[in-house]
Design a protein around this ligand. Structure first.
Ligand code: ATP
Ligand code: MG
Length: 394
């Protein structure tokens, strides 16, 4: 279960409360901080490190050090890149910077979480993510990398097969040490396949944490759409810092109470069918396992913290007479803000900030894109044979 949302909304608190609650209800739980600005240890009131520490019976916690994980997985690759950049006369500081591959930290974080998920020691793994944009990068990375690997792997395999002396005659730059190709191949091929399976596993889900505030809700709506674009499932929204009726009776808070009720109604309809759990504003900061447990019991009064509360819907390919129709659920998407095209056998969908290339089955890849529209939160793209004037002009 990955908890995300805008900065400061209460992701760490909610993730920690869910974890303590799950552990006290008998689930062997691991809570992982994947946000480089770790505050999970402060919230739990424990010193955490890069390996799991027992916080209380049934609950372990750890703060991943993305740089250490990156070195562990990409070490040889980075070393090669550094030597390549230095050879080109690039200063060593800059070479170090360049050797930080984009997405490498997110990739390493996912690999570490995956390792615990496979280990079978835990019933539930809760991930306290960095704010929304980083979570999007994290959750969509396996899919994005898969697209890149499809292009890069054949070239890589061919290069790996050429003997070093021959290659060295062709290029003057330093060659990667033996093993670099194998490292890249194993990361991009075997491990990536495992991560893609994990992200699309029906027990994996993202939870969006919001507060009753306009900007926070708007950002969560965009995150929800963009996660859906990559078929990363969300199963619940947690509205944090809601005022209790008791607090709402204070004259100072009466306007806030009305605003909150309006936002709550809006969130319920904008994120339907996701359930909206509420996490009341506490009288004091929520630190230490006992306060977290109390908050967790409020949030999960009617649910289990490890249960997926709403099934994600995936892309469907359907035949319709002579045509094929692709249906991609895209909650919150507006047709005018989407760009849809067919490119090299892929359906390419672009939103405000993200693009997904969805590989089309062969039967559809040879057809033309006839029409794209958004209907009831689903992007519907029709493929078929061009007829009449359109066919003649192509
Ligand atoms: N329901 C609540 N009642 C009272 N205080 C809360 C509640 N939820 C969070 N807080 C407090 O708000 C502060 C920020 O919460 P938290 O660190 O969980 O947010 P975050 O979204 O993880 O922030 P960041 O984006 O920095 O990681 C903390 O001091 C926390 O104790
Ligand atoms: Mg946090």
């Amino acid at each position: 279960m990955l908890y995300t949302g805008k900065g400061g909304v209460g992701k760490t608190t909610t993730a920690a409360a869910a974890s303590v609650c799950a552990a006290r209800r008998g689930r062997r739980t691991l809570v992982v901080s994947a946000d480089a600005a770790h505050s999970l240890g402060d919230v739990l009131g424990d010193r955490l490190g890069a390996t799991p520490v027992e916080v209380e019976s049934g609950l372990d916690a750890l703060e991943l050090d993305a740089r250490v994980e990156t070195r562990r997985h990409w070490g040889r690759v980075q070393e090669f890149l550094r030597s390549l950049f230095r050879h080109q006369g690039i200063e060593s500081v800059v070479a170090d910077e360049l050797a930080m591959l984009p997405g490498a930290e997110e990739f390493a974080t996912l690999l570490a979480v995956e390792q615990y998920a496979r280990g079978g020691t835990y019933d539930l793994i809760v991930v306290d993510c960095a704010p929304s944009d980083a979570t999007l990068r994290l959750a969509t990375l396996p899919e994005v990398l898969h697209g890149m690997a499809r292009l890069a792997l054949p070239a890589l395999r061919a290069l790996a097969g050429v003997s070093a002396p021959i290659l060295q005659r062709l290029v003057s730059a330093p060659l990667p040490a033996s093993g670099v190709f194998a490292d890249v191949e194993s990361l991009l091929y075997d491990k990536l396949a495992g991560l893609r399976r994990r992200i699309s596993d029906p027990t994996t889900s993202v939870r969006l944490v919001v507060t009753p505030e306009r900007m926070v809700i708007d950002e969560a709506r965009r995150t929800y759409t963009e996660l859906a674009l990559f078929e990363v499932p969300c199963d619940a929204v947690v509205m944090n810092r809601t005022l209790t009726r008791e607090a709402g009776r204070e004259p100072f808070f009466s306007d806030w109470m009305r605003v909150q009720e309006r936002h709550l109604r809006e969130v319920k309809s904008a994120f339907a069918p996701l359930p909206v759990l509420t996490s009341p504003l506490q009288r004091e900061e929520v630190v230490g396992v006992d306060r977290l447990a109390r908050l967790g019991e409020r949030i999960f009064a009617d649910h289990e913290p490890d249960a997926v509360l709403c099934g994600g819907s995936r892309v469907r390919f359907e035949r319709d007479g002579m045509d094929y129709v692709v249906r991609l659920p895209l909650p919150g998407a507006r047709a005018e803000a989407l760009d849809v095209a067919k490119l090299d056998g892929n359906l390419v969908v672009t939103t405000r900030a993200r693009r997904r290339a969805l590989k089309l089955p062969r039967s559809i890849a040879q057809l033309a894109l006839l029409q794209a529209r958004v209907d009831d939160a689903v992007l519907i793209v029709r493929f078929g044979v061009l007829r009449g004037a359109a066919a003649e002009s192509t």
